[in-house]
Design a protein around this ligand. Structure first.
Ligand code: KIV
Length: 289
């Protein structure tokens, strides 16, 4: 059961969380920066780095669990990672991804699972994939007071239907459908919208067509914000390297190199050095008098 943690307690005076109305107000203003995180240590670091939103994405299936896609991720797994991330955030707004089959079956099911994610995962909003077909489900969740972020374009939970992780909306009829999907999601009450892997001019068109902020990933520079998977922009993920990922660092190489140094020092008995070891101190001096 989720136990509120002092570090994640938004009523603390020294904690100033980014709120949903503030995110909405950033439409057309300074772009929002969203990143994923899956654990406490990473959450603390990206929060300190100034991320406005942190997403516990179902991408955890691929980058944390090493699976080929996101389909097997469960609500309980998202909640487990959510609790850890929530403890690390002081400012960033925390979004939880609704996994495959946690919201598609019925609006009631969607609401039940979204509620569970707030109660047990420590999330402040949920994100779900899909367009007009999930409109009623979004509306039902929003009516219960749970903020919802939409996600259109490349929706990885449809990887098999899409024939792989492919750019969407290249044909004009698909582009028009995506614009209509975005408008439906706004109408249903979404407070923001992820647009993934669509041509930049289409993302700009969608951004103009809605009054909620769009957050792009592989969707060009004209969105109202950007999102990247933490292990991608930090250069740690060794798997798929989509074109839209900018690797701001090569921490993966740094980790391999640093681990080699550690392994060598252990082998050579140069670690631990005296400064990393405990002596017995004054207690070791035998009292004679
Ligand atoms: O699961 C995820 O990390 C996502 C982002 C890439 C938007 O949905």
């Amino acid at each position: 059961m989720y136990a509120p943690d002092p570090l994640a307690d938004v009523t603390r005076l020294d904690v100033r969380k980014v709120t949903v109305p503030e995110i909405r107000a950033r439409k057309g203003g300074r772009p929002l920066a969203m990143v994923t995180a899956y654990d406490y240590t990473m959450a603390r670091l990206v929060d300190e780095g100034g991320a406005d939103l942190v997403l516990v994405g179902d991408s955890l299936g691929m980058v944390v669990q090493g699976l080929p896609n996101t389909l097997t991720v469960t609500v309980d797994e998202i909640c487990y990672h959510g609790r850890a991330v929530a403890r690390g955030l002081r400012r960033a707004h925390l979004v939880g991804d609704m996994p495959f089959m946690s919201f598609q079956v019925s609006a009631e099911d969607a609401l039940r699972n979204a509620g569970k994610m707030l109660k047990e995962g420590g999330f402040e909003s949920v994100k779900l994939e899909g367009g007009a077909e999930v409109e009623n489900h979004v509306a039902r969740i929003v009516a219960a007071g749970i903020p919802v972020m939409g996600h259109i374009g490349l929706t990885p939970q449809r990887v098999h239907a899409m024939g792989g992780f492919k750019v969407q909306g290249k044909r004009e009829d698909d582009a028009e459908r995506l614009v209509r999907d975005a408008q439906c999601l706004e109408e249903a009450g979404c407070f923001a919208l992820v647009i993934e892997a669509v041509p930049a001019d289409l993302a700009a068109r969608i951004t103009d067509a809605v009054s909620i902020p769009t957050i792009g990933i592989g969707a060009g520079v004209d969105c109202d914000g950007q999102v990247l998977v933490c292990y991608d922009f930090l250069g740690m993920f060794r798997g798929l390297r989509p074109k839209f990922v900018k690797r701001y660092a090569e921490l993966g190489d740094a980790i391999v190199e640093t681990t080699r140094r550690y392994v060598d020092e252990v082998g050579e008995r140069t670690f631990p050095a005296p400064e990393h070891s405990f002596g017995r101190g004054p207690a070791a001096v035998k009292k004679t008098a």
